[in-house]
Design a protein around this ligand. Sequence first.
Ligand SMILES: [Zn+2]
Length: 383
Amino acid sequence: MKKQDQVQMRRQNKYIVLDAIRQMAPISRIQLSKYTKMSPTTITRIVQELEAEGFILEGVSEETAIGRRPTLIHMREDALYTIGIEIDCFTIRIGILDFLGKLIAFQEVKCSIKHQYEEAIYLLKRSIENIMTEYQIAQDKLLGIGIGIPGVINNEEGIIVSSEQLKWENCHIREDLNGVFGCEVIVDNELKMQIIAEIGDIYTPQYSNCILVGIGTGIGASILLNGEVYRGIQNKAGEISHITINPFGEMCHCGKRGCLSMYVSEVTLLKRTPKNLNIQSIEEILQCVDQGEQWAIDIQQDVATFLAIAINNLVCLYEPEAVIVSGEIIEHNVTFQKLLSEKCKQYIWKELQPYFDLQFSNQLKEGVVKGAALQAQKQLLSV
Ligand SMILES: [Zn+2]
């Protein structure tokens, strides 16, 4: 075996052992050896390395009546941290994820950063500094920062190609933040980040093939195929805003008629509310639904219909294990969830119906932040 291959294999083995500890801690060396099928000598070497690097802790063994109990290995949740960030037009959300994948801090910063990229960078730096100070995270413990942004993102170069919502184009966000906090920065479309938070533990995910549909300022989707985020050739896969729902419908700003975003996004829904009521938020529309206002009920019915049609299109293409829907209009809104389930029964192709699994996100505001931080951990961790 070549030297290079040996180094690669050692690294791989170390990953496997660390993942096993993460999943099963507290665990003994003997159990680790059985589970990973590595020799006790290899396990001992790797465990010693991981402990020296501060990733794990070995507990003290105790003497008992039946003999000496094996020493158990624990993960150190404070070994490394990652920061997750979601940027939206009026809010920057930020959180800290510990090494075990738990979000230990979450904050929202209200702002107005449409057209204001420079202002956003300034706010980002300040928010990161503030949260790290408040939670006493030392810079050398910060593994990296993950940022989720609505729009088309060149994830390899860390560039925001274009964001319809934020009105930003060609912004080199990774370059503008790299090195500021002595760590790496990864950037991606917000739903491509969020899907990682939706599937449970990144190392033992609940689904390998699923689709996340997110309704916010716009509408989008992200697709997980065989455990990997499907990106297409330019990371634009999942941009369902512009799939045609009605060829004779309303004119979209993209120049086509009847795009999905003209029927389902929050902006479009707010436009449909009666002018005299001066409704400013989705929450207000939902309150009117509860109060039995017919115009609000009609809006909700239409959204459910168009969403079910869009979901059917996605399911026919990918046949996923589940479709997860997220967004303020749907999360924790049982009436709307029931309505969408009924519409899906009506619109999902009958061959796929028996296996169709509709789920609703319960991440609320934390989904993108958690997913971005998890992605940063997964991508940047090298042991
Ligand atoms: Zn369009």
